[in-house]
Design a protein around this ligand. Sequence first.
Ligand SMILES: [Zn+2]
Length: 101
Amino acid sequence: MARRENGARPIRRTRPRTCVGCGTESPKKGLIRVVRKPDGGVSIDPTGKAPGRGAYLCASADCLREAKKRKALSRCLKVVIPESLYDELESYIAGLPERKD
Ligand SMILES: [Zn+2]
């Protein structure tokens, strides 16, 4: 992460990454990024670096369910989330190694 501190204009916007399912702020690494790409498509962004508007979700099936129920991802990304993306997220979460931290 590039950090510039040359006294010009302190832009100190540390955006909290908030899960769209449970609303809990988590450090970035614990959240899955879903990105709305410049072309309007939506996909999972495992690198966290894809360009576009991002929404974050805990790596948890519960949060995914909650987000789906409340259409939180659609709201956050201002785009209709295809059913297939939820399926993709579900298998993505299921395939993640369990985190113990
Ligand atoms: Zn969550």
